[in-house]
Design a binder for this molecule. Structure first.
Ligand code: NAP
Length: 405
C-alpha cells in the first residue's frame, strides 16, 4: 500500500473560499447531501460542474438552480435531450457525455475541488485526472480506491492534493487521526451497523429477496451500497479504502458491529487510548467536513447522547458475512485483486438484484472468480478498466454456472 499523503500530520495550504466545486454523481444520494451543504453555506461554494448518469429531470432542475458552466451525462442522446431542455438557459452550459464528459467536469471545468460520488468505477479516470491537475478530491466513491487505490493515491502524492474522505467511517478516522501522530497509531476500527440481516437466522438466507436486502436499518443510500451493506462487502471495501487513505496494512484495520450507528469509527493509539467520532446518521455531516476541511463550520444538527441509553459493539460473524474475509484476502493480495473484487461483486449483486441468484451465492461467485483470476499489477487506469471487463466476463460465466447448479 502507498503511504498516506497529507491526511495525518500535515495540512496543505488551505484552499480559499468560495471553493469551486465539480460534483460527479450529483443526482444520487451523496450528490443530494452535497447540494444540501452547498445550500446551507452558499457563500462558501460555487458549483461549476455537475455530472450524472441518466436522471435528466433531476439534473435539469439542478442546472437551473446552480447554473454550472459544464454538465455531463452518461449517454450522447441524453446530452442532446438536456441541451434541448436547457436551450434558453443563461449562461449557457457546455453539455458533454460519457467518460470524457466526466473527466472534463473534474479536470477542466475550473473546479478546484471535486466530489466523487458516482457509483462503481465510471469516475475512476476523472478522479485520477482531477488529482493530477491538483484539484482536491472529496471522495465518497468507495470503488475508486478499492479498484485503483495505488494509482489514485500516488497521483495525490505527486500533486500534493489531498483526498478527503466523505464515507462516514473514513471521515471519522480522518477526524480521530487529528488527535495523534503517525508513529503513535496502533490500529483503526471501522464500525458497521450490520445491515438488515445482522440477527436473522442463517437458515433464512437462501430465501432472502432483494427488497429485504434493500431495507437498511440506519442509512438511506443508493442501491449498490445498500446491497453491499447487507453482505457487509461495503465494510470489506472500507478496509481497503482505509489502507489506501491512511497508509496502513489490512491487519491494522478491524471491524466491529455497532447497531446504533452513532460511533462512526475509532482510532487506537499505541498507549491503548481509543479516540472515537460520534455524530448523527446524516451524510451531510461528513460531506461538510470534507468540503470545508481543514475548517469546521457550524451545522444545525446536534447529537443528544442522553437519548441513547447504550452503545453496543461486537465482532462480525464470518459465517454470516463471508464477503468481509474475501475483501481482506484481496487487500492482502494487492495488485489487480481490488479491481477484480469490485467487478465480481458488482456482477454478483446485479444477478441477485434481478432474482437470478440467491443471497448466499453472491459470496460464492466472488470467491470463485477471485480464485480463478490472475493478472499483473495494473500500471494505468486503462489496465484497471481492462481488468474490470475481463472479470465481468468471468463473473457472468460463474453466475450462469450457479444458476445451472
Ligand atoms: N449514499 C451514501 O450514504 C454513501 C455513503 C458512503 C459512500 N457512498 C459511496 O458513494 C458513491 C455514490 O453512492 P450513492 O449512494 O450516492 O449512489 P446513488 O444514489 O446510486 O447515486 C449514484 C450517482 O452516480 C451517477 N452515475 C451512475 N453511473 C454513472 C455514469 N456512468 N456516469 C456518470 N454518473 C453516473 C448516478 O446518476 P443517475 O442517477 O442520473 O443515473 C447518480 O448521480 C458509491 O460509491 C457509494 O459506495 C455512499
Amino acid at each position: 500500500m502507498t503511504t498516506a499523503p497529507a491526511a495525518l500530520d500535515d495540512f496543505p495550504a488551505a484552499l480559499p473560499f468560495p471553493r469551486r466545486l465539480a460534483i460527479l454523481g450529483s443526482t444520487g444520494s451523496i450528490g443530494a447531501s452535497t447540494l444540501r451543504v452547498v445550500d446551507s453555506l452558499p457563500e462558501r461554494f460555487e458549483v461549476v460542474a455537475l455530472a450524472a448518469g441518466g436522471n435528466l429531470d433531476k439534473l435539469e432542475a439542478q442546472a437551473r438552480r446552480y447554473r454550472p458552466r459544464l454538465l455531463s451525462v452518461r449517454a450522447p442522446e441524453d446530452a442532446r435531450e438536456l441541451a434541448r431542455r436547457l436551450a434558453g438557459l443563461e449562461p449557457r452550459p457546455e453539455i458533454l457525455h460519457g467518460p470524457a464528459g466526466l473527466c472534463a467536469a473534474a479536470a477542466s471545468s475550473g473546479a478546484r475541488m471535486v466530489v466523487a460520488a458516482v457509483v462503481g468505477i465510471a469516475a475512476l479516470q476523472a478522479a485520477y485526472d482531477a488529482l493530477r491537475a491538483g484539484c482536491w478530491l472529496a471522495l465518497a466513491n468507495k470503488e475508486i480506491l478499492v479498484a485503483g487505490g495505488e494509482l489514485v493515491m500516488a497521483a495525490a502524492q505527486r500533486s500534493g492534493a489531498p483526498v478527503l474522505p466523505v464515507d462516514s467511517e473514513h471521515s471519522a478516522l480522518h477526524q480521530c487521526l487529528r488527535g495523534g501522530r503517525r508513529g503513535e497509531l496502533r490500529r483503526l476500527i471501522l464500525t458497521a451497523s450490520g445491515g438488515p440481516f445482522r440477527q436473522l437466522p442463517l437458515e433464512h438466507f437462501d430465501r432472502l429477496t432483494p427488497e429485504q436486502a434493500l431495507r437498511h436499518p440506519t442509512w438511506t443510500m443508493g442501491e449498490r451500497v445498500t446491497l453491499d451493506s447487507a453482505t457487509l462487502m461495503n465494510k470489506g471495501f472500507e478496509i481497503l479504502e482505509a489502507c489506501h487513505l491512511f497508509g496502513v496494512s489490512e491487519r491494522q484495520v478491524d471491524v466491529l458491529i455497532h447497531p446504533q450507528s452513532l460511533v462512526h469509527s475509532l482510532v487506537e493509539f499505541r498507549d491503548g487510548s481509543l479516540l472515537a467520532q460520534l455524530g448523527c446518521a446524516d451524510m451531510a455531516l461528513p460531506v461538510q467536513y470534507a468540503l470545508t476541511w481543514p475548517e469546521r463550520l457550524e451545522v444545525g444538527r446536534e447529537l443528544r447522547l442522553q437519548e441513547w441509553s447504550r452503545l453496543d459493539f461486537h465482532s462480525p460473524d464470518p459465517r454470516r458475512f463471508p464477503c468481509l474475509e474475501l475483501a481482506r484476502a484481496a487487500g492482502r493480495a494487492g495488485g489487480a485483486a481490488g479491481a477484480a473484487l469490485n467487478a465480481a461483486d458488482e456482477v454478483a449483486l446485479a444477478a441477485f438484484r434481478r432474482g437470478a441468484l440467491p443471497f448466499p451465492a453472491i459470496a460464492r461467485v466472488i470467491e470463485a472468480v477471485l480464485g480463478r483470476f490472475h493478472a499483473p499489477t495494473p500500471r494505468s487506469i486503462g489496465d484497471i478498466l481492462e481488468i474490470d471487463s475481463q472479470v465481468r466476463r468471468l463473473a457472468e460465466d460463474r453466475v450462469a454456472a450457479e444458476i445451472k447448479a
